[in-house]
Write a new protein. Structure first.
Length: 535
């Protein structure tokens, strides 16, 4: 009976023998395959119904399908009963198939032992299998780590308030977000997306573990979600003492996402999946997103042993929201890198919906998905690097037009917040002309202004940068803003989803450091590592 129950409630097994040269895909017998197919089909159909509910439910009510009398009640009863019988039969078929498969019964025994006594040895045995992450034991729980309670976490509330006169609009906005709206903003949370990319995710996860020594961890958050994370430890390398925490895009997963670039560069790297993305539970609403990334940071500090000042946070695309939230709440981090990131979601969401829905979309985003990247960025005073994609088709409001890239707005916001003494209409015109010109950031040089800025930093330090340029003319202020723009932003001539080349992965600029750019020479590091190994 114990074996039957383990096979009935056990997770889907994907791969076994996760050791170099021994990896094999799990081959389910016919009964398990058929049972899984039925269960998956019912689940997907239910998800599609949820996404289409604003259209389907009114039609169903009009047809009387949900009435509790007559034909409507009979139809509803038959539907529920039929689905129940089909699902129960599929579960039984899948269980019998697993019972007859030695590979699955052996795996279920290993999983049971690890769940009962989760030690380093039992985890090592469990890590030889790739299976549905829901059954993986929790490695670290943020609720068991009190942390520093003297500095409460900061949350910037939405700008839209509720009132009785706006109640109908609020209800519609809530319905829009909680049916299909959140899936439009975070398509990676959709079940269909998970099914489409599962094979690449399995391959990517296997590569991270076998080729880079990655270790998978389940991290529990303060709101009881569990987050799927992957840690690649390269502290044995020269720059591996720096940890790069990666915040993925709205359809990005750590398995096939931005982790590859800092790993190639030689950093230690911690990746995680958004709530509701593949192995992580929950839904990627802003409150769950921030609690997830906070748990990841606490895990990196308290479990993995990295100091805050040795952590660089990287956010790609929509990952800029959680990345800037971390920077706002952990201002002592080594730096923040924002790649293809926008300043505010509303200007990007409204044009992608029918014009008649602009007011509703604005209210829905402001009230329930308020990804205020620029506002959070203004609360972080530390080193930051923006990477702008010259051909970015996702965060531009006008296709193919560099001036419409919302990364520009984020840069202007940073300059305005950090260097208010330089900001005049004329000076802003100078910097916007520069950043709207293709290749302008790469071509700009002004040694006179650069020396004036360096002299100010030498004499006054970083603490007084808000006063730099008080005695300059408008023309000089414009030139200094242009100089600062070149130090804060890196241009690459690619589209939104093109992987960031390792040689373009640059640590943020720190005005007090003599070397203004820290560029990783991966070829040199590889040669050094080879020399160390040979010696």
């Amino acid at each position: 009976m114990a074996a039957f129950l383990r096979c009935l409630f056990g997770p889907q097994l994907l791969r076994l023998n996760l050791r170099q040269g021994m990896v094999t895909d799990y081959e389910a017998v016919a009964a398990e395959r058929w049972g899984d197919t039925v269960i998956t089909s019912v689940t997907v159909a239910a998800r599609i119904l949820l996404y289409a509910s604003p259209i389907v439910f009114p039609m169903a009510l009009k047809q009387g399908w949900f009435t509790m009398t007559g034909d409507g009640a009979m139809f509803f009863t038959k539907l529920i009963t039929g689905l129940g019988i089909v699902v129960a039969g599929a579960l039984l078929l899948r269980t019998l198939g697993r019972l007859s498969n030695p590979a699955y019964t052996q795996f279920s025994s290993v999983l049971t032992d690890a769940t009962r006594d989760y030690t380093a040895a039992s985890k090592a045995l469990l890590s030889r299998y790739d299976f549905h992450f829901s059954a993986w034991p929790v490695d670290w729980d943020v609720k068991q780590q009190a942390g520093d309670l003297s500095k409460p976490l900061m949350y910037l509330s939405s700008t839209e308030g509720n009132s009785l006169t706006k109640l109908p609009m609020d209800m519609l906005a809530w319905l829009l977000v909680h049916t299909f709206g959140i899936s439009l903003v975070y398509p990676g949370s959709m079940s269909l997306m998970k099914m489409l990319v599962e094979r690449p995710l399995i391959e990517g996860r296997t590569k991270l573990m076998l080729e880079h020594g990655g270790e998978r961890f389940k991290v529990a958050t303060s709101d009881n979600n569990t987050i799927d994370t992957m840690f690649v430890d390269q502290r044995s390398k020269n720059i591996g003492s720096t940890l790069v925490v990666c915040c993925e895009g709205n359809a990005g997963f750590y398995e096939i996402g931005i982790m590859a670039t800092p790993i190639t560069c030689g950093y230690s790297v911690l990746g995680w999946n958004h709530p509701g993305f593949y192995g992580s539970t929950g839904t990627p609403y802003p409150d769950q997103e921030t609690r997830a990334v906070d748990a990841v940071m606490q895990f990196a500090i308290n479990k993995l042993g990295f100091k805050v000042e040795n952590i660089v946070v990287v956010g790609w695309s929509i990952g800029g929201y959680t990345a800037t939230w971390v920077a706002m709440n952990y201002p002592d981090i080594k730096g923040l890198v924002l790649d293809a990131t926008f300043d505010d979601l509303v200007p990007l969401a409204v044009p992608r919906m029918p014009a008649s829905m602009s007011g509703l979309v604005t209210r829905a985003v402001r009230s329930y998905i308020n990804l205020n990247v620029g506002e959070q960025m203004s609360k972080y005073p530390g080193p930051v690097r923006l990477v702008r994609r010259a051909n970015d088709e996702m965060i531009s409001t006008s296709q193919g037009e560099l001036w419409s890239n919302r990364g520009n707005n984020l840069l202007i916001s940073i300059l305005t917040t950090r260097y208010p003494a330089l900001v005049t209409p004329t000076a802003l015109d100078s910097v916007t002309t520069l950043i709207y010109t293709p290749g302008g950031l790469d071509m700009f040089q002004d040694t006179e202004i650069e020396e004036k800025f360096s002299q100010f930093v030498r004499e006054n330090g970083n603490e007084n940068l808000s006063t730099v340029g008080e005695n300059l003319s408008d023309e000089e202020r414009g030139r200094m803003l242009c100089f600062l723009a070149t130090r804060l932003m890196t241009d690459i001539n690619t589209t939104h989803c093109t992987p960031l080349p390792p040689h373009k992965f640059q640590l943020p600029w720190d005005p007090t450091v003599e070397s203004e750019f820290v560029t990783v020479d991966t070829n040199k590091e590889v040669e050094e590592d080879e020399d160390e190994e040979s010696s």
